[in-house]
Design a protein around this ligand. Structure first.
Ligand SMILES: Nc1ncnc2c1ncn2[C@@H]1O[C@H](COP(=O)(O)OP(=O)(O)O)[C@@H](O)[C@H]1O
Ligand SMILES: [Mg+2]
Length: 301
């Protein structure tokens, strides 16, 4: 799995390096507003549905607006289309219908305005921590001295000072994911896209990582879209939780989280408000819809 993820990360960076898709980052100063309108994405199904000429809709009419600097979590059952949505946000795949605008500009492919942290670690195993963190900067053509200063800054931000020359296999899972976060932040994207980034680390490390990403968000002011299937994680991190319905995936309800900021998991976990919010999201997720809706005629798409 690690190899495939590293390949995916390399693919994203390589596309970014291409002249057609690279957009100047931070051009507007106050950036990172995301508008997702009427997004649908289908795949060719297998079996009888394929014979009938139908398409399988992983997402259908997905709508969401995300403010600059907002921390939004997207929660939904396995297979509801969360990673499909992330791939569209990254620009790795194209929607059948609808569009995604970032600061008013349509997403046409991967670019430096978005940083990506995938499930698992997706690091380049042949590169040290520092050279992983500097990878995007190398592609961007950032001069060596500036690159070094930036990697120093972000390695410090994720608390990995002293590990600059280690290779990924010499680090724990949590440390590897912190390298991935530093790599994504190093080229200063407006938006950080995270797909179940802490799913592969143990429970205790996961809580530490949640606190760390909250602290990083407070310091950097990035817009964060964080996909998870953990209800607690979704609530503890977010300004708003978008709860997805499944088959086809769409936003069912958006729950506003008014827990105080700055927020740390230990401060909120045992509060009545946190319990109420997690129960609400849990109830929304129980409300199942018939799976048959996912298969629809492909005509007109
Ligand atoms: N490339 C693909 N080809 C066919 N079906 C796919 C493809 N990618 C995802 N799907 C299907 O779309 C649905 C949503 O998948 P995914 O976005 O990975 O869900 P999640 O990340 O929420 O677990 C699943 O039923 C999955 O099998
Ligand atoms: Mg997924």
């Amino acid at each position: 799995m690690g190899g495939a993820l590293a390949a995916k990360a390399a693919a994203i960076f390589n596309v970014i390096a291409g002249p057609e898709t690279s957009a100047p980052a931070g051009a507007t100063g106050a950036a990172g507003k995301i508008e997702i309108h009427g997004l649908s994405r289908s795949f060719k199904p297998k079996g009888n549905a394929a014979i009938r000429g139908e398409r399988f809709f992983a997402l259908r009419d997905f709508n969401l607006e995300i403010n600059r600097g907002e921390f939004i979590t997207i929660v939904g059952p396995s297979g509801c289309g969360k990673s499909t949505l992330l791939d569209l946000l990254i620009g790795l795949s194209r929607p059948d219908e609808g569009q995604i605008l970032i600061d008013g500009k349509p997403v046409n492919g991967p670019a430096f305005d978005r940083g990506i942290v995938l499930q698992g670690y997706a690091l380049f195993p042949w590169r040290t921590v520092r050279r992983n963190v500097e990878f995007g900067l190398e592609i961007k053509g950032t001069p060596g001295k500036e690159r070094r200063a930036k990697s120093d800054h972000f390695i410090k931000l994720v608390d990995l000072v002293g590990f600059e020359n280690h290779y990924p296999h010499e680090l724990s899972g949590g440390m590897q994911q912190r390298v991935a976060i530093a790599r994504a932040l190093a080229y200063d994207p407006e938006v950080l896209l995270m797909d179940e980034p802490f799913a592969a680390v143990d429970a205790q490390t996961r809580e530490t990582m949640q606190d760390e990403i909250l602290a990083i968000w407070e310091k950097t002011g990035k817009t964060i879209i964080f996909v998870t299937h953990s209800i607690e994680e979704a609530v503890v991190l977010a300004d708003r939780v978008a709860v997805m319905s499944r088959q086809p995936g769409a936003v069912k309800t958006v729950v506003t989280v008014n827990l105080p900021r700055p927020r740390r998991i230990g401060d909120v976990r045992n509060t009545v408000e946190f319990g109420d919010l997690t129960s609400r999201v849990w109830e929304l997720l129980q409300d199942k819809e018939p799976a048959v809706l996912a298969y629809q005629s492909g005509a007109g798409i």
